[in-house]
Write a protein of this length. Structure first.
Length: 480
């Protein structure tokens, strides 16, 4: 084929342009998340509801002998819970369908120790149904907590209990799905009522419950459900109930039972972990998980909740925030007011990206498809990527006019893995580069990292990245 000189140049140019814009995306750097894990991580905040006999007993760990008739909420309203939680930015709810005391909030066939034998709706109530329906109606995801430890069951500790437990799972997953998360709590204090035996029963959790089978029961109905706890989790506990994930926070982890229970390692993950097990931070808005009147004055303040958010979502972990429901059957107004105000504060903090009008330059660009300005695009799927094999890269944001900043949000494109092990921030003002004084080490990023720092006035902001494997893929940077 022959082209005139002018046309040949044009064709070559167009082919070049096409090649550049279609340049291959970086190879994944394993381990990487499943699509379900990515979707789960994007939820960021969702609620726990602890409600049951403990609410009426003023206890945290009922012994298993409180009469079922004690359960008697007077103004129960699951829509009030769901609307409150929605206004507080929660994307889903996980309910304690059964806590350690063994009392079931749905009319199970497995035991009489349930809502069936309580005055609530004359024994015709089903709280799991009510909450599940309210979630569907208002667009929240629904999840369940079913305590493996059961202080009421006579068979607990023997083989018979395990099939009761499986049947309970079966009833729940087949009637109230789809579930986005299933919680296998790890607590076990040993002693309990156990059908009147009043004794201590010890089990070896790693083997007794048969967690792989339990997980399969959940997945038979809710294939996308994240599994918390047990021996085959798809997400991991953060190792404390204070609402704190370490600033260095790897999604990678180890799957042996010892590591899954090692509170120190859980807090930060493993850089060289072979499994993708992102962290969940569970914490209550009050000191206790269940409602206690004496804690009405101890609801976390908006400032404390903001800290929780920066220490969980801001540290590459999801936040599971617990709301104790009171004896009336409602989330107390003080808790809802705090949570809603906190949500607005957090939203406002990052709603206006002060970097949006910056000129962005990068030390290296893979191709035009992976251009540095992608980090200003709200679409998570668009990211800046470097060429392969580099371990250092930097981005410079030049402001149209001097700008005041005190926070930064960064996101790696984790579908291809987690890669950054440190980043350094400097700003340019009055003709010199100066280091930004951050409130914590600027190490990992992962799905989301939030950093607060001494307020700066800057003409430029520079971020230098140190990666350790794979290729740097940065999806978002927001300054505020
Ligand atoms: C713990 C339980 O013992 C607490 O009561 C609470 O349910 C918390 C979320 O998990 O292991």
């Amino acid at each position: 084929m022959r082209y005139s000189k002018g046309k040949g140049w044009l064709v070559t140019f167009l082919i070049g342009l096409l090649a550049a814009s279609c340049a291959r995306a970086p190879q994944p750097s394993y381990p990487i998340p499943t699509p379900q894990q990515i979707e789960w991580q994007q939820l960021e905040t969702y609620a726990f509801i602890h409600f049951g006999l403990n609410t009426f007993n003023n206890m945290e760990w009922g012994y298993g002998d409180t009469p079922a008739s004690t359960f008697n909420p007077t103004h129960l309203d699951c829509e009030q819970w769901v609307l409150t939680l929605k206004a507080a930015g929660m994307k889903g709810v996980i309910l304690t369908a059964k806590h350690h005391d063994g009392f079931c909030l749905w009319p199970t066939e497995t035991t009489d120790y349930s809502i069936k034998n309580s005055p609530y709706k004359n024994g015709k109530g089903d709280l799991v149904r009510e909450l599940c329906d309210a979630c569907k109606k208002h667009g929240l995801k629904f999840g369940l907590y079913l305590s493996p430890w059961d202080r009421h069951q006579a068979e607990y500790g023997r083989e018979g209990y395990v099939s009761i437990y499986y049947q309970q799972i079966q009833e729940l997953v087949s009637n109230y799905g789809p579930l986005f998360e299933f919680w296998f709590d790890g607590a076990n204090g040993g002693n309990g009522w156990y059908g009147g035996a009043n004794e201590k029963r010890s089990i070896v959790a790693e083997h007794y419950y048969g967690y792989a089978e339990a997980r399969d029961l959940v997945w038979n109905y809710s294939l996308d459900a994240m599994i918390f706890g047990g021996t085959v989790p798809t997400i991991r506990w953060i190792g404390n109930e204070d609402g704190i994930a370490d600033a260095t926070q790897w999604c990678m982890y180890k799957t042996d039972f010892q590591s899954l229970n090692d509170e120190r390692s859980l807090g930060r993950g493993f850089k060289d972990g072979k499994a993708w097990l992102p962290a969940e931070v569970d914490v209550s808005i009050r000191p206790g998980w269940f409602y206690h009147k004496s804690e009405d004055s101890l609801v976390k303040t908006v400032a404390q909740l903001e800290d929780l958010y920066f220490n969980s979502v801001g540290h590459n972990a999801n936040l599971l925030l617990n709301f104790p429901v009171n004896q009336e059957g409602r989330i107390p107004s003080i808790d809802s007011a705090r949570a809603v105000e906190w949500h607005h504060a957090v939203q406002d903090a990052f709603s206006d990206n002060l970097l949006k009008d910056c000129t962005v330059t990068a030390s290296n660009v893979r191709s035009s498809r992976f251009k540095p300005t992608n980090v200003l695009d709200e679409d998570y799927e668009k990211y800046w990527a470097t060429e392969d094999g580099l371990r250092h890269a930097e981005l410079v944001f030049e402001f149209p006019k001097t700008t005041t900043l005190s926070r930064l949000m960064l996101q790696e494109y984790v579908p291809l893995g987690q890669n950054v092990e440190a980043f350094y921030l400097d700003y340019y003002f009055n003709g010199k580069w100066l280091p930004v004084e951050t409130n914590e080490p600027t190490t990992t990023i992962g799905y989301k990292r939030l950093v607060r720092f001494q307020t700066i006035r800057a003409d430029k902001l520079r971020i230098r990245f140190k990666t350790f494997k794979g290729t740097l893929c940065l999806s978002r940077v927001v300054g505020s």
